[in-house]
Ligand binder design. Structure first.
Ligand SMILES: *Cc1c(COP(=O)(O)O)cnc(C)c1O
Length: 369
């Protein structure tokens, strides 16, 4: 590490060495760098909903006249609405400005300096980032070659300092589900277990109905993906009653804004419309999978979410991502020890799949001459 001088010397040492979260490229920053106008960029890099949010949300926000008033700090109405949606009593529920905020709060609640968090990698990078921001120690347990969780390795990794076990289900960026019995075996350790169900609506598997039966099971959900509200930042979690009370105590005041509350109200009124869109995305996911499989140089992995991870068998994933970006199609690539040479493609509209596959075939011809 290079010598720090001036005010940097005063920064907490564990934060100086923090590796940052690699966020997605904003299309605005690509102006002039891609072969298409910014408006025509096809964004398949952040698992956003290609159909946007419910039109009821846009209308209600345009009509709202109470943006000058603070929201209810106790989230009473929001928690009641979420109780209706999840079938779990409001006392178990805490909402947040995006579910990422709750990951951070849960780590603050359980993890002190040097305490250990078990993470089943490769997975969502926020688990690492929040652990490191809390000065906790990340204990990484690798998944197997099909990205299944190795339950006995998770149990073997537990030490006296383990304070939290985190599991995304379906996992990102791999898309696979962990069977309920494996989750319950991990919950049976008695340690706090956090299941991140950000993609629940695309797969239908959940442990939410079990919330009231355990002292140590916590589940995160979000409106970012299925309800198309990523830009408004609204998520929630389901917790043992005591944990929910502590989280409400340590959250920042007014952590869910007025616009987000309105967005949830309107989304839940328009649930049939939104779930129809989810069904269309799931159907498109299966078509995209079949199309990717036809390309012999990509190996797609089955997904229960709204994206597909592909191993790049011929050429570099980073180059492929750059070539697609130049043509106006954004995807994510991964090139790290447990995810060497992969791309992740979010499921878009049928015309996005068509454009992607056509572009991939063009790139294939370029490579083969
Ligand atoms: C997208 C995603 C989230 C969503 O985070 P928000 O803060 O609610 O937008 C959470 N967990 C995982 C694994 C994700 O991929």
């Amino acid at each position: 590490m290079s010598e720090k001088t001036g005010i940097e010397k005063l920064i907490q040492p564990y934060l100086v060495s923090l590796g940052s979260y690699s966020a997605h490229t904003s299309p605005d920053t690509l102006k002039g760098k891609v072969e298409v106008p910014v408006e025509s960029i096809i964004k398949l890099d952040a698992n956003e909903n290609p159909y946007g949010c419910s039109p009821r949300v846009s209308r209600a926000l345009a009509d709202c006249s109470s943006f000058s008033v603070y929201p209810d700090n106790g989230q009473t109405e929001l928690r009641n609405l979420l109780a209706g949606y999840t079938g779990v009593d409001a006392g178990y529920i805490v909402a947040s400005g995006g579910s990422n905020q709750l990951i951070d709060l849960i780590i603050r609640l359980f993890v002190g300096p040097g305490d250990e968090v078990i993470n089943c990698v490769p997975t969502f990078d926020m688990f690492r980032l929040s652990t490191e921001m809390g000065n906790g120690k990340l204990v990484e347990v690798p998944r197997d070659e099909y990205f299944a969780v190795n339950v006995s390795a998770v149990k073997a990794a537990i030490s006296r300092r383990t304070k939290l076990i985190i599991l995304a289900n379906p996992n990102s960026p791999t898309g696979n589900l962990t069977p309920r019995q494996d989750i319950l075996e991990i919950v049976a350790t008695g340690l706090p277990v956090l299941i991140d169900e950000a993609y629940y609506e695309f797969g239908g598997e959940t442990v939410v109905p079990l919330i009231s039966q355990y002292q140590n099971l916590m589940v995160l959900r979000t409106f970012s993906k299925w309800a198309g509200l990523a830009g408004l930042r609204v998520g929630y979690g389901l917790f043992p009653l005591k944990i929910a009370d502590y989280l409400l105590k340590i959250k920042l005041p007014y952590n869910v804004n007025v616009a987000a509350l309105i967005a949830v109200q309107e989304s839940l009124k328009d649930i049939d419309y939104l779930m129809d869109r989810v069904k269309v995305i799931v159907t498109e996911r299966e078509r995209l999978f079949a199309e990717l499989k036809k390309l012999k140089w990509l190996q797609p992995f089955p997904s229960q979410a709204n994206f597909i991870l592909c191993a790049v068998l011929n050429g570099e994933a980073s180059e492929l991502q750059q070539k697609l970006q130049a043509k106006g199609i954004l995807v994510r690539y991964f090139d790290k020890p447990l995810l060497r040479n992969y791309i992740r493609i979010s499921v878009g509209k049928p015309e996005h799949t068509d454009a992607l596959i056509k572009t991939l075939r063009g790139i294939e011809e370029e490579i083969n001459g």
